[in-house]
Design a protein around this ligand. Structure first.
Ligand code: NAP
Length: 448
């Protein structure tokens, strides 16, 4: 190929931006990269998933942002692949397409009452408190109104994030970049007890030790664990052993009469949500563990009062027209980042991040994952196996988007949003207040 390679990266979250870094950071194959995201601002889960009170983790965006300093890297915000443009459109304009659009949907409990009012997905709650433009604000705020008892189902890091945010005081949350309406709702919260349910034992929980430990550091919430539930032999796995140690430390504490309580339960799975229009309680069943760590019900049940149930049982990837999809694993089938169609590579189409491997790992996991995908792409470029696009010119995508009336937000638009959010935060003595409304984001982006 006697011109530079043109690559589209779909999704400006961590895996997408790590892929851009790997592409733009090498000099062997000259490359230009367009990063498309349906949201008018970059950073994906770093902006809309990492908990707002995890300031240092959110600071990763300063590192990720540096990829846009590379010559030949552009941000095309507000462009929805599968909406205003199709995968086929991208394949006609670029030599290669790297899909890193993540896993935006949620999993269900599939138990009676799962769809009652007051039963919501953690993804909706997280989107709301992070200020995602698509968050179902009315539904979440209605679900939170007047709640005293919350049940969070699942013992992963998202469950810990949600629990911590619900149990924190307004003062603890003030220094975050949450939208102002979110802070105002949480400041008036009547939550007193948050019960977290793990269907397996304390050593099978998937949270990380640092995150678990933070539940014991809340200013106005006691963490409550029944000693009998964490009285199990120390596991061989170092990470699980550390978690057990922290949990046993919690169990040894005497509650100090703080305003709120976080209760951690193990071998306890929800079997039904009950109530009228709205959830009133959760029927919980005691489970027992088999040698392989799987849980089965014992038939022993009890009721936990709950006016809010948050299911935090994992994210779920979605398919895209024109792209093979593994409906059982909710990922795009691939080998070393090359998308497979019936086991055969789909030329010029790649995946990285959660849509490639499922919703697992921490932010840094995506760096290695994206590097593997980019290595495959560059190998294919060197081998001459990338298909020739029908519209290879650099202007082809711009013309296509203009023809379809798509308003594209460039990187300078994000810079303008960034300045507007900092200015908004300063009016309340905060570093930043997230702008959550889509139209307001486009408007702020115009102020450049
Ligand atoms: P996760 O770690 O997979 O946790 C899901 C939890 O839901 C597990 O405890 C699982 O239990 C439970 N579960 C699944 N189906 C269930 C059911 N039907 N009934 C009851 N419980 C059920 O997922 P996640 O918490 O959504 O996190 C996703 C990824 O993001 C993880 O890799 C996580 O570490 C990462 N993350 C990291 C941070 C951080 O680093 N601070 C913050 C947030 C998220 P079983 O184990 O029994 O299946």
């Amino acid at each position: 190929m006697n011109r530079e390679l043109r690559v589209a990266v779909v999704g400006a979250g961590p895996s997408g931006l790590y892929a851009v870094d790997a592409l733009a950071g090498q000099s062997e194959v000259p490359v230009s990269v367009d990063v498309l995201d349906r949201i008018p601002v970059p950073f994906g889960l770093v902006r809309y998933g990492v908990a707002p009170d995890h300031l240092s983790l959110r600071g990763v965006r300063d590192t990720l942002e540096k990829v846009f300093a590379h010559a030949g890297v552009r941000f095309l915000g507000g462009v929805e692949v599968g909406g205003s443009v199709t995968l086929e459109d991208l394949r006609s304009c670029y030599d290669a397409v790297v899909l890193t659009y993540g896993a935006s949907s949620d999993r269900h409990l599939d138990i009676p009452g799962d769809d009652l009012g007051g039963s919501i997905a953690a993804t909706d709650l997280v989107n709301w408190y992070c200020g995602h433009p698509d968050a179902p604000r009315e539904q979440v705020e209605a679900a939170l109104a007047g709640v005293r008892d919350v049940v969070v189902v699942g013992v992963g890091n998202v469950a810990v994030d949600v629990t911590r945010v619900l149990a924190k005081t307004a003062v603890e949350l003030e220094h975050t970049d949450m939208p102002q309406h979110v802070l105002d709702v949480l400041a008036k919260s009547s939550v007193s007890d948050v019960h977290v349910l793990g269907r397996r034992g304390p050593v099978q929980a998937s949270w990380t030790t640092k995150e678990l430990r933070e539940l014991g550091e809340l200013v106005d919430a006691d963490v409550v664990v029944a000693a009998a539930e964490v009285d199990v032999p120390p596991p061989a796995d170092r990470h699980a052993a550390k978690n057990l140690e922290v949990l046993q430390g919690f169990a040894a504490r005497t509650p100090t009469g703080r305003g709120r309580r976080v209760h951690l339960h193990f071998c306890a799975r929800p079997v039904a949500l009950t109530g009228g229009d709205r959830v009133e309680s959760v029927v919980v069943e005691r489970t027992e563990l088999a040698d392989d760590g799987s849980a089965s019900g014992t038939g022993v049940t009890w009721d936990l009062p709950a006016q809010l149930v948050v299911r935090s049982v994992g994210y779920r990837g979605l398919g895209l027209a024109g792209l093979p999809f593994d409906g059982a694993r909710h990922v795009v089938p691939s080998e070393e980042g090359r998308v497979l169609d019936d086991g055969v590579p789909l030329p010029g189409v790649y995946v990285a991040g959660w849509i490639k491997r499922g919703p697992t790992g921490i932010i840094g996991t995506n760096k290695k994952d994206a590097a593997q995908t980019v290595a495959s792409l560059l190998d294919d470029a060197r081998a001459g196996s990338l298909p020739e696009p029908s519209h290879p010119g650099a202007e082809a995508i711009d013309e296509l988007l203009a023809d379809r009336g798509v308003k594209v937000v460039p990187f300078a638009g994000w810079r303008a949003v960034d300045a507007a959010e900092r200015a908004l935060g300063a009016t309340r003595g905060r570093d930043r207040t997230t702008i959550h409304d889509r139209a307001a984001l486009f408007e702020a982006a115009e102020e450049r």
